[in-house]
Ligand binder design. Structure first.
Ligand code: ADP
Ligand code: MG
Length: 411
């Protein structure tokens, strides 16, 4: 079934003004996906998928220690306009990269970006799920490679599209797990489940507390009047991979010496008593993880009480231990975080993601968010000579079909 052009126009207006209230940010990616689809396939799409990026508020470098993370799906997303084909071809246009692949007929070397949708198709087929032929165009306003999970947002967009076209149905967690598998095995990135989990499960005005061992999760309401501000240092990660592997190895060694399965299995109190069993560097690394697990659970309780001061303090403490104990910060992230922490209306700030560059995240009083954004960019540039990219975000919903005549709830 195709969308009526009038429906699309009114959908734009409703979507941009009411659902997102950020016309200038959201319009282009959605618009680009749609107009490219119409231009290339000479018809309207059957439906549009919206799939968000994510940012982690608290719980850093704890996912591989079976700990707790607290991501938020953000109001920046990948938009995928799609329709079913009668044959098995996958005709996929990455609008932002001006690149088109047609599988299996393309006879040129496939571009890197195509590993994400093709990886998803591959794992879905392996799971005996129907992956139908598709004509589609996608565009995203999640910055690529900035640590806001543009990759997971692309993967989930395709998984949701093929679910719709194939008329099968999996839980959000199952979709997230398959997308993680695609990224692990097809793209070759050893990521945990957090990114795909957050893109799939996002809820408006909520953060998501995920237990990385049991995969149990709870939405945690964000208090009214608070903005999630993401500040990209624009410094890209160097040495990231080897340092990341070193940190993982240190955590495994600490667990072995303490006789536990993972660092999430020791309380802070117990760790204080037994820390002397560890060599100094391993103890430093492990202390960050044990404190971070403890503070994430405490901070979630604070959030539930609307106690933003305590939550912000936990974010500041997280940055301190990531910088001083886990040693994954860098000059640019430290400059961004201390500038943010010194500004009025900021409850707390810290580096987010693996570190060594990428983004910081701050929780800010929404009424001063615009001034905060402006002043933060100014101070960061003064300290580093670099221009920051700053995004004032809201917690948004997870990957879903945006508009579908047979499913009006999608709007
Ligand atoms: P992050 O997930 O932090 O943004 P990654 O390196 O994991 O960074 O993923 C970025 C990659 O995902 C890009 O290099 C590209 O291959 C793919 N990708 C993300 N967004 C898009 C997009 N809009 N169009 C095409 N490919 C994209
Ligand atoms: Mg990624």
């Amino acid at each position: 079934m195709k969308l009526h052009p009038l429906f699309i126009v009114s959908f734009f207006i409703v979507h941009c003004f009411i659902v997102h209230c950020s016309f200038f940010i959201v319009m282009p990616a959605l618009d680009l996906a749609l107009s490219q689809f119409q231009k290339s396939f000479h018809s309207s799409p059957q439906f549009i998928v919206r799939s968000p990026g994510r940012v982690n508020l608290l719980g850093e470098h704890v996912d591989y220690n079976d700990g707790w993370v607290l991501p938020v799906a953000i109001d920046r997303a990948t938009y995928l306009a799609a329709r079913k084909r009668d044959d098995d071809q996958l005709s996929i246009i990455a609008v932002d990269l001006d690149s088109h692949i047609q599988l299996p007929t393309s006879n040129f070397e496939l571009p890197t970006w195509s590993r994400y949708p093709c990886g998803v198709a591959h794992v879905l087929r392996e799971a005996n799920l129907n992956v139908s032929g598709i004509d589609c165009a996608f565009s995203s306003d999640v910055p690529r490679g900035a640590g806001l999970s543009s990759s997971a947002s692309v993967e989930l967009a395709f998984a949701v599209a093929w679910q719709k076209l194939g008329e099968w149905s999996l839980s959000k967690m199952e979709l997230a797990q398959l997308c993680q598998k695609a990224e692990n095995e097809f793209v070759g990135v050893n990521c945990g489940i957090m990114d795909q989990f957050a893109c799939a499960h996002g809820e408006i005005d909520h953060a998501l507390l995920l237990d990385c061992r049991s995969l149990e999760w709870t939405p945690v309401p964000l208090p009214q009047g608070v903005a999630v501000v993401i500040a990209d240092t624009t410094k890209r990660r160097e040495l990231g991979k080897s340092e990341y592997n070193n940190r993982r190895a240190a955590c495994e060694e600490a667990s072995r010496l303490l006789g536990i399965k993972a660092l999430r299995d020791i309380s802070l109190e117990e760790f204080n008593k037994r820390e002397h069993l560890l060599p100094p560097l391993i103890a430093k690394r492990a202390r960050h993880v044990v404190e971070e697990c403890d503070r994430t659970l405490m901070a979630v309780e604070a959030l539930k009480r609307n106690d933003l001061e305590s939550f912000g303090h936990a974010m500041n403490e997280s940055h301190r231990t990531l910088r001083d104990l886990y040693e994954v910060s860098c000059m640019e992230l430290d400059a961004m975080v201390s500038a943010a922490q010194s500004l009025e209306g900021c409850y707390g700030a810290r580096l987010t993601g693996a570190g060594f560059g990428g983004c910081a995240v701050a929780l800010v009083d929404a009424s001063v968010a615009k001034d905060f954004e402006h002043e933060l960019a100014k101070r960061y540039e003064k300290a580093t000579g670099l221009k920051a990219e700053i995004y004032v975000c809201k917690a948004s919903e997870g990957a879903n079909i945006l508009s579908d005549p047979s499913d009006p709830k999608g709007l």
